[in-house]
Design a protein around this ligand. Sequence first.
Ligand code: AMP
Length: 216
Amino acid sequence: MRLAIFGPPGSGKGTQSTRLANSYNLTIISTGDLIREAIAAGTPCGREAESYVRHGELVPGKVVRELANQAIAKQGYSEFILDGYPRTLEQAGWLSEYLKSYNARLQCVVSLMVPDEILVSRLSRRRLHRETGQIYHLDYSPPPPDIPPEEIIQRLDDHPEAILIRLETYRAETFPVEDYYRRKGILIEIDGTGDVESIQSRIVKHVDRFSTLMPA
Ligand code: AMP
């Protein structure tokens, strides 16, 4: 199966892609994670990307295309879920062309819809465990007291100025991509509010229906 998940920052797409990956035995290809790894490793791609990520802006498309294509190729062009790619119409065009050249295409695109005020609260109170990447929310799922506070960090783009830029960028650049997939008839729009399990079961219900309608 070839899926993609969309949603503004803080919509829970990372959490839901992990769950979908487990349910359908897929590998997650997250361009955000690939970029953060490249930054941490100090690669040329990482050095080019760092200031864009810090400011909440999109990284130049060619850097992301390279990272995404390599990860898709490693997967054998199937059994993946894309998280955070494509994010612009240009990237969506590249992805279609790239998959087409391997006789493949996305079968289903999930869009998580969450109101802005919930997104801002989730992002500004979000924390991560430095080693495991486990996500916490200071109010709703605080880090366990046995974890030393210095191991709990905030993402470098989860500060208020970057959050606003990321939300605006999503509206300007990524909403049109959702429309691109809506016109192709493969977009599933899901209410992304409520508890994690309910959101997951909404998604799975639709993806199951889709995977029978849209065979690989
Ligand atoms: P994410 O973890 O998906 O929220 O991505 C974190 C940051 O990585 C974004 O704010 C962008 O700076 C960068 N990024 C991730 N995916 C892309 C993409 N497809 N195109 C451009 N920049 C991206």
